[in-house]
Ligand binder design. Sequence first.
Ligand code: WT7
Length: 633
Amino acid sequence: MKITSFDEYQQAYKKSVEQPEEFWAEVAENFVWRRKWDKVLEWNFKDPSIKWFQGGKLNITENCLDRHLEKNGNTPAIIWEPNDPNEHHRVLTYKQLHDKVCQFANVLKNNGAKKGDRICIYMPMVPELAIAVLACARIGAVHSVVFGGFSAQSIADRINDASCSLVITTDGGMRGNKEIPLKSVIDDALVQCKSVSKVIVLTRSRTPVSMIKGRDVWWEDEVKKVETQGNPACPAEEMDAEDMLFILYTSGSTGKPKGVVHTCGGYMVYTGYTFANVFQYNKGEVYFCTADIGWITGHSYIAYGPLTQGATALMFEGIPTYPDAGRFWEIVDKHKVNILYTAPTAIRSLMSFGDEMVDGKDLSSLTKLGSVGEPINEEAWHWFDEKIGNGNCPIVDTWWQTETGGIMISPIAGVTKTKPSYATLPLPGIQPILVDENGKEVEGNGVSGNLCIKFPWPGMLRTTYGDHERCRTTYFATYNNLYFTGDGCLRDEDGYYRITGRVDDVLNVSGHRIGTAEVENAINMHSSVVESAVVGYPHDIKGQGVYAYVVSPDKHGDEEITRKDIMMTVSRIIGPIAKPDKIQFVSGLPKTRSGKIMRRILRKIAEGDTSNLGDTSTLLDPAVVDEIKGGAL
Ligand code: WT7
């Protein structure tokens, strides 16, 4: 399954296009199935209907855990580094992780959870988060992990959308020197959630929390019950390849976040295959992915992908700048990390603290570096290459999305020649195509267009939870018979791909995906806001910042305090990650006669480029543009 030379890559790629079913069947042979599939692939992008490995039976946790026990039971599966460097780190071997997952799977069963139920997980980056995720998969329950930075309202929306019956959380959590009151946020969320009957609370900070009789139980007490019941094993539930594995919510250009659905068989094969290949993982290497399990990167490349391959994954609870901006490098030094997978926003931020934060740390264990989440600028690429990789670690710039399940376009470490800011070439099985606005293919090299994928791959989304039509219209209806990514892309003279960013109203702020419409809806809920328009603007560290134009004629107090009120409102409605960086008060928004906001103009002004605003003659009130220009922040 592992490609080791560029020749082999080209052969694998060719085969994957000419004989996709044979290709993926061979890859799938590297996993443990209770029963082999009857049919590798059946698909159409019209409905869409995508089925991989139909008739196949498996449980992904047998691939992540059980199959390693005999030979590698004592290999560390998870090394956990706490937020506070003075607290002891933890190591869980495959055997220990297996036992803890079985134990907690039994806790879930004791609390009424069964196959097909949806379970919401809202936890900080502690090993029990991985255990909770795997325990759900063990019993065939569908997990819906919500990132710890989302508000009570966002959690409630997600719980209600999927009718979750159970929530797993912690009393509190530590991020840097801030304490996050997770249980209290869950309590606020649950006021709106009728479907939840049980909340399992892990002790982390032992901060005082409310515990409601009959609903809230402590993780540790429930584990003890399982122990005294004397049933430590938990046989894995047999799942169909196309049974749902998890839901993960992500933002789009309209409406509320949608629940992207991934299924058991294809997702397992795809994340395992891409992990092994892109990072060229060798047995014994320590792999550190700095993402949070609350995002797809953590699902695919901290939990499932690495574990299917018997890898040792380092999980970090804290933030890159605590106790100082040398923390990542200290972790690399302390745990002798070999592979580091992080985000451009983190690289840019750490770079800005100066080389002295790196100097003195021994980074010689590093052999491979990875980047994900947003375009990486050349300056950051070179600093990562030279200062962190000492010029001899290949950098894999991996392009993919929540919807794609795994890495799509990326170098294979040490195999594909890299080029700064280029995701380079599609992995085997991935058939990218660039199209113009009318959906016409842009052929040849040295061209650019909208990035689409023309053939299914095993890790792709199957639907959006509870609303298949939304899945169809969002991804499969823009261009006939193509999956549309929402990204703009160029293909250079060598056929290398470079992702240029979203072409829709989706922002990428510090690698977090945020819909402008969502932020506008939150701002508009503020009592003195009439209307608003949100656009992105280039931000040195975050990649993109959130710029809000707000119409608010009757402010309560001065502008500055109203700005803060609006930020607080957004924090409450969505979460602190969506807070606008800049709020400009305006008397009106530039609209066409038909009432459409001309975002193009607002984007230009936010970017600070007011020289060429294009044609403004179709505007209802062209004068408003001059006012906005004059007041730009
Ligand atoms: C969007 C997907 C994939 C895991 C993290 C983000 C942008 C992602 C790259 C990259 C340029 C990238 C795209 C994409 N993106 N990786 N290597 N180069 N852009 O997942 O939250 O679903 O966001 O992130 O715009 O569409 P996500």
